[in-house]
Design a protein around this ligand. Structure first.
Ligand SMILES: NC(=O)c1ccc[n+]([C@@H]2O[C@H](COP(=O)([O-])OP(=O)(O)OC[C@H]3O[C@@H](n4cnc5c(N)ncnc54)[C@H](OP(=O)(O)O)[C@@H]3O)[C@@H](O)[C@H]2O)c1
Length: 310
């Protein structure tokens, strides 16, 4: 039986594991074979994942283009595609924030073209643009909805006050924040707000950019964007990797892999509808999909949180 949840106040029925495709940004993740990623996208559907997250800016259009090709033969009404707008990017590589009405109208069409689709299920503002009045942005999102180009819209990386402001102008149905068992700060404000307002929450970096996968031993060095992320450096990296490996016996108790255990525990929070997992290979999405429908006993859930309170 397919695992599906209603994404908050939206009408979208999605798998609790969402396929994340930022990994198709060579400037952040280095070269990734696009064929392998396309195969992973198709494998996702076979293993019960129907929800895909991308952004216009991932690889300056590359991620959307690869996704469009990879999903072209799947039944459109059985997949849910979320993309984002915010970074106005140019051929020479420079970019700046832009949620002006004019840019969103143009860029939505570009996303549709790259995705080879006639509508986007969930259109997200990638971050807050301090320069554009949210009224202007919302008006255009409503126009796109009425034109049938998007089914619903949401935000990412907004604070609770920014989200409250946006929701005074329109029906922002979802939030995409960073959240994982090591970085739980949004439990204090954003998650309770979303719960109270029935906002769909799809969290990103649910494996802390791979750190919660249990595959590192603290000696690795990275030549992608993780080279600059403090949790992947020195003593902190060693401490976290040891704690993650220490989750092995709990994972074994449930016959889960460590990524599955971590994802199941992340999804246990009642405000979290979906965990987006950044994927490079078919094996990674097969593994992540195995977290769907798995529950963790209270005692173990808190043992995992305690182990990762570093
Ligand atoms: N809205 C935003 O601002 C924003 C920001 C970040 C991400 N996102 C979205 O959220 C998605 C996920 O976030 P993320 O990429 O930051 O991090 P993530 O999902 O926490 O980690 C991704 C990394 O985890 C590893 N991985 C994934 N599945 C695995 C498995 N089954 N076993 C072992 N390792 C596994 C891979 O590492 P290796 O590279 O070592 O193979 C992969 O690159 C992105 O793809 C994107 O769609 C959104």
């Amino acid at each position: 039986m397919a695992h599906r949840v209603r994404l908050g106040r939206s009408e979208l029925q999605v798998s609790p594991i969402c396929y994340g495709s930022w990994q198709l940004s060579p400037r952040c993740w280095g070269p990734v074979p696009t064929e392998q990623v396309a195969a992973a996208m198709r494998r996702a559907f076979e293993v019960g994942v129907n929800f895909y997250d991308t952004a216009d800016a991932y690889g300056d259009g590359l991620s959307e283009s690869v996704m469009g090709e990879a999903l072209a033969d799947l039944p459109r009404d059985q997949i849910v595609v979320a993309t984002k707008v915010y970074h106005h990017f140019y051929e020479d590589g420079h970019r700046h924030p832009d949620l002006s009405g004019k840019y969103i109208l143009e860029e939505c069409d570009c996303s549709l073209r790259r995705l080879k689709m006639d509508y986007i299920d969930l259109y997200q503002l990638h971050a807050f643009d301090p320069l554009t009045p949210i009224e202007e942005t919302t008006e255009v999102l409503e126009k796109l909805k009425q034109a049938g180009k998007i089914r619903c819209y949401g935000v990412s990386n907004f604070t609770v006050e920014q989200l409250r402001l946006a929701r005074r102008c329109g029906d922002y149905a979802t939030l995409q924040p960073r959240y994982n068992l090591l970085q739980r700060d949004i439990e204090d404000d954003l998650l309770p707000y979303c719960q109270a307002e029935d906002i769909g929450v799809l969290v990103y970096s649910s494996l802390a950019m791979g750190l919660l996968s249990g595959k590192y031993d603290g000696t690795e060095s990275f030549d992608d964007h993780r080279a600059k992320v403090p949790m992947f450096q020195g003593e902190r990296f060693k401490k976290i990797t040891a704690a993650v490996k220490g989750l092995g016996p709990i994972a074994e108790k449930y016959s889960l892999t460590i990524p599955q255990l971590v994802l199941a525990a992340t999804l246990a929070h009642p405000a979290v509808h979906c965990a987006i997992v950044g994927i490079k290979t078919p094996q990674q999405i097969e593994d992540a999909a195995g977290a769907m429908g798995k529950s963790i006993e209270r005692e173990d859930y808190f043992a995992i949180r305690n182990a990762l309170s570093l």
